[in-house]
Ligand binder design. Structure first.
Ligand code: SF4
Ligand code: FES
Length: 143
């Protein structure tokens, strides 16, 4: 059975930061860009009130995995655009990022549809294969 998507939401004025932990590849780009908002040692780890809406939007658009998205006044910004033009990007020392729509068929024959960005494990250490779960960081994967 497909794992249910976990979705966490954090609001600032009309903007809601949406985080999907299963999509996060722990690139830490969010932490490096807005450390006053993203702090994995805090609970909650996202504090949107510490940045302007513009800063938050611009940072969220840089999340490489699509784990972060946002909605404005309840309307989701479609960062996960449906497109026929599927593109594969190799992330240095990290996963393969597949941008676009695709179907993933697992070893039992079950297929899952994916949109936006899908991070596929390249290091072999993920506990959630074929997807990246950030384990490449822990094993210091180089490649
Ligand atoms: S994948 Fe996105 S949410 Fe996860 S650490 Fe990187 S920038 Fe942050
Ligand atoms: S590439 Fe990220 S866990 Fe393997």
């Amino acid at each position: 059975m497909a794992e249910r998507e976990i979705i966490k939401e954090y609001s600032k004025d009309d903007l809601t930061v949406v985080w999907k932990p299963r999509k996060c590849i722990h690139s830490a780009i969010c932490v490096a860009t807005l450390p006053e908002v993203y702090d994995p040692n805090k609970k909650p780890w996202i504090e949107p009130e510490n940045a302007s809406v513009e800063e938050l939007k611009s940072q969220i658009e840089k999340c490489p995995s699509g784990a972060l998205t946002y909605s404005i006044k309840g309307e989701t910004k479609n960062l996960e655009e449906m497109t026929d033009n599927t593109r594969v990007e190799v992330m240095a020392n990290g996963p393969l990022l597949v941008h676009g729509t695709l179907e993933v068929k697992d070893t039992s024959g079950k297929t899952e549809s994916k949109t936006g960005v899908t991070a596929l494990c390249r290091c072999g250490a993920s506990a959630n294969k074929p997807y990246c779960d950030g384990a490449h960081k822990k094993i210091d994967f180089v490649g």
